[in-house]
Each structure stands twice: as C-alpha cells, then as structure tokens.
Write a protein that binds this ligand. Structure first.
Ligand code: GTB
Length: 226
C-alpha cells in the first residue's frame, strides 16, 4: 500500500527498470531495492520500463551516463546509482534512518559497506559463473571467487550474530545489505551462514519488500504474484 504525498512533497517519482529483467522477475535487478525503499517510506511511484536498446539511447544516457538501470526522477532532480537513490529517500522521509545522528551515520556506513565491500565479490562471482563460464580457466577461477565472497560473509555473519538487524532497528543499511546478499542465494553460499540466511529472509518478509517484489514480478511476467 502506498500513500499520496503530503502537501509540499514533490510529485510522484519515476524510476527506470528493465522492460524484461534477465532474471525474469526474481527481484535481483537493482530497481528492486529502490522500489523497496519507496515502499518502506510510503511513496507511490511510476516505472518507465527500458529495453536494452533504449538503455543506451541518448534520452536514457542523459539520466544515466553508464546506460544502466535504475534511475530516479523527482521533479527537476535526476539520480542514478541505487545506493544514492535509497540514501536520498532515507534522508527525505521518515522510516529508513534513525533519529540519532550517530546512528544515522552508522546506517550510512552499512549502506557503503553493502555496495563497496560486500557487493563487489558477489558481482565477480556472477561474472565468473555466468559470463565467463566457457573460458578455459573458469573451473579454476570460480572456487577462488567463491572464497572471496565467503571472506565477506564470514565477518558479516560474526558481526550480525543473533541480532535481527545490523545496528538496532531496520534501516537503509539493512535494506541495501539484504538486497546485496540476496544475490548470493543462487550460489548456495548464503546457506553456509544460517544467521545471514535468516537476516535476508527477515528482509524479504517485510511487507514493503513483498510489495516491491510483487511489482517487479508483475512487470516481468505480466502476472500478479500469488
Ligand atoms: N552501481 C549501479 C547501481 O547500484 O545502481 C549498478 C547498476 C547496474 O549495474 N544495473 C544493471 C544494468 O543496468 C541492472 S542490475 N545492467 C545492464 C547492462 O549492464 O547493460 C544488474 C543485474 C542484471 C541482471 C540480473 N539478473 O538477471 O539476475 C541481476 C542484476
């Protein structure tokens, strides 16, 4: 459920997403984290689907210099980078950042940790398994990259311990970290760390995530999720 913006709040934002995501709607493309943040803060939004051709056309490149999704438009403001978009939403709405300034800075730290420390080896693994699988060295490289992912999951698991979220209440830091970790599930690596698997499941069980997931699935399959 979304609520209309209060008076003075900018008009409905527009995000871009793949017209058809390569994952067929499993929620792994990065528009899902932006949809999730929008749902958490109760903002309605519109989606402009882009095809692989449109992604590199001048109109989209004006929004995203690298020709990727997602982008975010709100009035005169245009943003790219999912982390920056989630940060913008968390800064301008209640619900994703704690009130206390230090706790807020720690939540931002977890957002950066998600995209700059944890996500890179996970992306590298996707590259190794999907895009480089026919290379003669693939069989040797994949186990090395899997170990690099474990090198990030192990300390994260130790830090989370038996807490529900990384630092007190759910925050944009958790939203970004859960979104990043979700992409390790197909590899089986997430299940090696039961507390991280449970952490991701807690994120997915949030009603805002469920709405975001359902919306991207419907866009990709044309069918509402059951
Ligand atoms: N750092 C940027 C951000 O966080 O916004 C990265 C944006 C990005 O790489 N976007 C991808 C993209 O536009 C979509 S999410 N790719 C098109 C291209 O490279 O030309 C990456 C993605 C794609 C597909 C799946 N999948 O099918 O599982 C998962 C994730």
């Amino acid at each position: 459920m979304t609520i209309d913006p209060a008076p003075g709040v900018p008009a409905t934002p527009i995000i871009t997403a793949f017209e058809r995501s390569p994952d067929g709607g499993k929620g792994l493309a990065r528009d899902t984290r932006v949809r999730w943040a929008l749902e958490e803060v109760g903002r309605s939004y519109d989606v402009r689907p882009v095809s692989f051709e449109e992604k590199v056309a001048p109109a989209h490149l004006a929004l995203h210099p690298f020709g990727l999704i997602p982008t975010y438009e709100e009035g005169d403001l245009a943003l790219f980078e999912s982390g920056s978009i989630v940060l913008h939403l968390a800064e301008h709405h209640a619900g994703l950042f704690p009130e206390d300034p230090d706790a807020r800075s720690r939540a931002i730290t977890w957002m950066f940790a998600a995209v700059s420390t944890v996500e890179p080896p996970i992306l590298e693994l996707t590259t190794a398994v999907v895009f480089e699988r026919d290379r003669p060295w693939a069989a040797e490289r994949v186990p090395l990259v899997r170990e690099r992912v474990r090198d990030r999951l192990r300390p994260l698991s130790a830090r989370l311990g038996d807490a529900d979220w990384l630092d007190g209440d759910f925050s944009a830091g958790d939203l970004m970290m859960v979104s990043v970790l979700l992409r390790t599930r197909p590899s089986g690596l997430l299940d090696e760390f039961p507390n991280l698997a449970a952490y991701v499941a807690r994120g997915e069980a949030r009603p805002a995530y469920e709405r975001a997931f359902a919306a991207q699935l419907e866009q990709n399959t044309g069918a509402p999720s059951s």
